[in-house]
Design a protein around this ligand. Sequence first.
Ligand code: IPM
Ligand code: MG
Length: 369
Amino acid sequence: MASNKKLLVLPGDGIGPEVMRQVYRVVDWFDRRRIVSFDLAEDLVGGAAYDAHGTPLADGTLQAAMAADAVLFGAVGGPKWDSLPFSAKPERGLLRLRKELGLFANLRPAMVFEPLIGASTLRPEVIRDLDLMIVRELTGGVYFGEPRGVETLPDGTRRGINTQVYTTPEIVRVGRVAFELARKRRGRVTSVEKSNVMESGLLWREEMQALRDREYRDVELSHMYADNCAMQLVRNPKQFDVIVTDNLFGDLLSDCAAMLTGSLGMLPSASLGAADAGGGRKALYEPVHGSAPDIAGKDMANPLACVLSFAMMLRYSFDLGEEAALVERAVVNTLKGGVRTSDIMQTGTARVSTTVMGDTLLRELDKLA
Ligand code: IPM
Ligand code: MG
């Protein structure tokens, strides 16, 4: 039996808590089978934390995240908190976690599960066997650049300002993550920016190329403008292996890539920091989908993205590749069995609740064990 691992769970808002409930069942399953156990703690984040503490991320929660081996995150936000000032918005809780934990590399895989091929809006031949990875820079760029704000001009009109900014070290460290991943995959990286319009994009392109020429000559690197990339993702997504891009383009392109697979409700993500001396690294795992306030509390949400985020955690934080694969197989078998939450509904399948999806998943885990 593996030793205890410190895991901080932050279910957050909206559908976060209900999808996380299904992950707890999977955690419990591993514990009961004595395969792997976790030292679990749970805390508030986002709107839930704001309601309790007046801040979307309390200092104590941040400290607990710092001390944990991994953080499992649900979702944040909702109309209830829309009118709060920027510094108090639920999203700030997530952004602060990313920044303070130094989670600069965001891995967003987009893979098509064969049983869901009909749930995509694209033709089956365009997406069958799709398996691409977006590596999004997560702690820099326009999300954090200074100056920022809204100011009133002498004539009484206002000006909103954000700053897109990248340094060589910021580009190189996320580039390394992309090249390393490509080595374990199909050996190709596409670097995405707008170097035709932005100086920071030109720097991005030059630094990526220099890094590849210096350290990763075995990896094939190409460059693409972000607008073209959005188009190519829909036109012919299978041309991509690893895409590496900045914070804002990565936000947009990963939503686009996710939808190729049929539903945002299926896709996990990992946010990783730098490796420390002991080989560990800070890490946060979260589904790509948001808090979906329209269906929150109705037992309708798809828990699989959150479950697959847990699987990514097993693989990347705890080197438990076999256990991760077990969870992933159980997810595929659950889908093969024909149960669907409403986001991935197809004709000939049965619409089920979040809970029933979880029940089915556990039965599939039992069958595989
Ligand atoms: C994401 C989300 C976040 C982002 C929000 C919730 C701050 O859209 O993780 O993609 O913009 O990064
Ligand atoms: Mg997003």
